[in-house]
Ligand binder design. Structure first.
Ligand SMILES: NC(=O)c1ccc[n+]([C@@H]2O[C@H](COP(=O)([O-])OP(=O)(O)OC[C@H]3O[C@@H](n4cnc5c(N)ncnc54)[C@H](O)[C@@H]3O)[C@@H](O)[C@H]2O)c1
Length: 440
């Protein structure tokens, strides 16, 4: 049965806390695509197709022609940052995109000036920006809500979504004040420092029924209090951590090795990067947040507890080093020690010269478009079908995440089919295969 989905009419405001490398690459990219000078490569919503019905039907539309997504021409961007640079200046500073491309869209980018950030330096010690709001946690949340409503009115938006592209915050775990909405609101009123800046944005968005996606590994909406609020205001949420670079490779490769029942005794991953993200991650407390997000992936895919002989002894190590000369062009090396028939050892080496924000920008776009779709389809709470885009997918507490990218894609596609009243695809195909055989 087809779900009743509100049409994507009018403008969609995408508001981004953190107008750094990823956000400016996203915004510049969308503006360049709108002007017809570039292609949205890497974006499933813009370039991807989806099979519908039996293989014999040959129905394979583009996803954006199948589900009612906001059109890129109807998107308006805005955001917050602790630095005052407009999006053109920030994009020049990030050095991801060529100055020539940025010059072609300079007027559009210059117009976007960050609003003052809700910030606490204790959560990102390596940042020294002063474009910040003053006040208690409660006052900051109220001010962010006001920003959202003002932006919506000033830009004539029908709908708003928030995508956190701010720096990775220091490592923290959920504590008592994060366990219920009542406790969280009390802590806001008490100006409790255990509420991180990203949680302030998330709270403000959810309170207004504005969907929120988290591109960083910090907990943010992944706490019972904000899950409760998302259900209360019928708002979809998704997180955590854009799945780019090395982890993308891991979630492509590990399911393949596991599918062939090949053993893995070690997986050593190291990275060098020189952007501001790298600078923030140079602080051990911020790196810990990233490390935890990256480490879970292999365990979830390989399930060592059920596959002792193959993965019981796996040694998984991840390093990230700040190396300014590389800028946003992250380089990663993976050494994978595997073993096959009769325990014979083999090795795989990967050297990925990737561009971090080039991989992250289309993910941020797709998350914004899909979470807006989810809202219009009256889906609320954790949107696990968006795990495809995330390194550390948010699931219901106690539920093991699915990290295998192929299963994640199947789940995403089946969710779209389900929403549009199409048959789910199980890849069984026996029914019609038999019919075809009998005809021959
Ligand atoms: N680039 C990737 O491939 C990738 C992949 C996965 C996750 N991420 C995550 O996405 C986030 C953004 O990455 P980036 O490369 O754009 O980093 P960046 O350092 O270029 O940009 C982050 C921006 O957030 C701002 N900021 C920090 N705290 C803020 C606050 N409280 N309010 C408003 N602004 C704030 C910073 O000033 C900075 O301009 C990081 O958390 C990163 O870990 C990036």
């Amino acid at each position: 049965m087809k779900t009743n989905i509100q049409p994507a009419k009018g403008k969609l405001g995408i508001l981004i806390p953190g107008l750094g490398a990823v956000a400016t690459t996203l915004i510049a990219g969308v503006e360049a695509v709108k002007k017809g000078i570039s292609q949205p490569i890497g974006s499933l919503t813009q370039m991807g197709h989806i099979r519908l019905g039996k293989r014999t039907e040959n129905r394979y539309p583009k996803i954006k022609d199948f589900v009612p997504l906001a059109d890129l021409n109807d998107i308006v961007f805005g955001g917050w940052d602790v630095y005052e640079d407009n999006v053109y200046e920030a994009a020049m500073h990030a050095k991801v995109l060529e100055p020539g491309l940025l010059a072609a869209i300079k007027p559009e980018l210059e117009k976007i000036k960050p609003m003052k950030a809700a910030f606490d330096k204790n959560y990102a010690k390596n940042l020294d920006g002063s474009h910040v709001k003053q006040g208690t946690r409660q006052q900051l949340a109220d001010a962010v809500m006001e920003d959202i409503e003002n932006f919506k009115a000033q830009n004539g938006c029908d709908r708003i979504v928030l995508v956190w592209c701010g720096s990775t915050e220091i490592y923290y775990e959920a504590s008592a004040i994060h366990q219920s909405l009542a406790a969280f609101e009390q802590a806001l009123a008490n100006d409790d420092k255990l509420i991180s800046p990203s949680m302030i944005y998330a709270y403000a968005a959810l309170k207004l029924g504005v969907p929120f996606a988290n591109g960083a590994p910090n907990l943010t909406v992944d706490i019972p209090a904000l899950i409760e609020l998302s259900k209360l205001t019928n708002t979809p949420i998704a997180g955590k951590d854009f799945k780019t670079g090395q982890t993308l490779m891991k979630t492509i490769l590990a399911p393949g090795l596991a599918a062939r029942s090949l053993g893995i005794s070690g997986w050593f991953s190291t990275n060098i990067l020189g952007n501001r993200d790298g600078l923030v991650l140079d602080d051990p407390d911020n790196f810990k947040t990233k490390e935890v997000s990256k480490l879970g992936v292999l365990e979830d895919i390989l399930r060592p507890e059920d596959n002792q002989e193959l993965y019981g002894e796996i040694f998984h190590k991840i390093r990230i080093n700040y190396y300014p000369p590389h800028g946003d062009n992250k380089e990663s090396w993976d050494n994978i020690d595997i073993f096959g028939w009769l325990g014979y050892k083999m090795q795989i080496k990967i050297n990925f010269l990737c561009r971090d924000s080039i991989l992250a920008a289309p993910i941020a776009l797709d998350l914004a478009l899909f979470i807006d779709l989810a809202k219009r389809a009256e889906m609320s709470g954790i949107q696990e079908w968006l795990s495809f885009y995330l390194k550390s997918p948010q699931t219901l507490p106690g539920l093991r995440p699915e990290n295998d990218i192929f299963k994640q894609l199947m789940k995403l596609q089946n969710t779209l089919r389900h929403l549009m009243g199409e048959d789910l695809i199980t890849h069984l195909g026996l029914d019609y295969y038999q019919d075809l055989v009998e005809v021959l």
